[in-house]
Design a protein around this ligand. Structure first.
Ligand code: SF4
Length: 263
């Protein structure tokens, strides 16, 4: 769902690194072109091989690559994990699935939201491609201020996901324009707090035209929306780096209480 996760939380007196993901659901299915090289599919396969039972049966191997089987696992045992973390963390929810997948019952999603509401020491980030279902279920969920809600948009065809996001109560609403697979023309960030963009990485990475990224950056600057440029991507993402026109972009939403992202 979201490949990188290294977060630096900042309070008035301390700076500490965290890297917290919380996976109450395991497994997913491919939805749109942004899913083609889904990082979580390969990771789930590896975790199953390492004996993590919750990933058993979520993937199969086809053509030498891991593919989702469509089996989703609701991990009851994982629900309470954030309650055991007394110190506030930035937590990415469901890096190994999509919380709003059609096979995740509303009741289970509501329980995830209850845990988030009852652990206000943490800040939660949820990212989905199932934006229609997100908007449909949003009125049935609590939206505490520690929940940041985002949608992934890989090309203009999927821009309508942004309108669905606007209908939710996410305290911070953010866009993950990653992997960016085509130019975005709409670029209206009304009611959006934070935009993250990046290219695809890995052996099968699809190319990203710098003009697409510049258009997003320029729209963010013009509309005063926080912009984070994650990476150019490619086969060697380290070599490609994350500099855009001689500088890095690591802005954070003005509403952010405690967090700044690390590269
Ligand atoms: S929605 Fe996210 S986790 Fe599911 S297949 Fe697509 S990229 Fe992977």
């Amino acid at each position: 769902m979201f490949e990188l996760l290294a977060w630096k939380t900042v309070t008035a007196t301390t700076i500490e690194w965290t890297d917290s993901t919380w996976n109450p659901v395991a497994g997913c299915t491919i939805l749109s072109p942004g899913c083609t090289n889904c990082y979580a599919m390969g990771m789930a396969r590896r975790l199953e091989a390492m004996g993590q039972g919750k990933y058993a049966g979520t993937t199969r191997v086809s053509g030498g690559r891991a593919k989702w089987t469509g089996t989703l696992v609701m991990d009851e045992g994982a629900l309470d994990i954030p309650r055991r973390w007394s110190k506030g963390r930035m937590i990415f929810v469901n890096s190994m699935s999509d919380l709003f997948h059609e096979d995740v019952p509303l009741d289970f999603i509501a329980r995830v939201f209850t845990v988030m509401r009852e652990t206000p020491q943490h800040t939660y980030q949820i990212l989905t491609k199932r934006a229609e279902r997100l908007a449909e279920l949003a009125p049935h969920l609590p939206w505490p201020d520690n929940v940041w809600m985002g949608v992934s948009v890989e090309s203009e065809d999927y821009w309508p996901r942004v309108d669905h996001l606007r209908r939710t109560g996410g305290y911070v609403k953010f866009l993950s324009l990653e992997p960016l697979l085509g130019p975005l023309k709409t670029l209206d960030f009304t009611d959006i707090d934070w935009v993250i963009a990046g290219g695809e990485s890995g052996p099968n990475a699809r190319p990203m035209d710098p003009a697409w990224v510049r258009a997003i950056r320029d729209a963010c600057v013009a509309q005063r929306v926080a912009f984070h440029f994650k990476q150019w991507g490619g086969r060697n993402k380290k070599a490609a780096g994350r500099t855009l026109d001689n500088r890095t972009w690591d802005q954070w939403p003005a509403k952010a209480r405690v967090a700044v992202v690390a590269a």
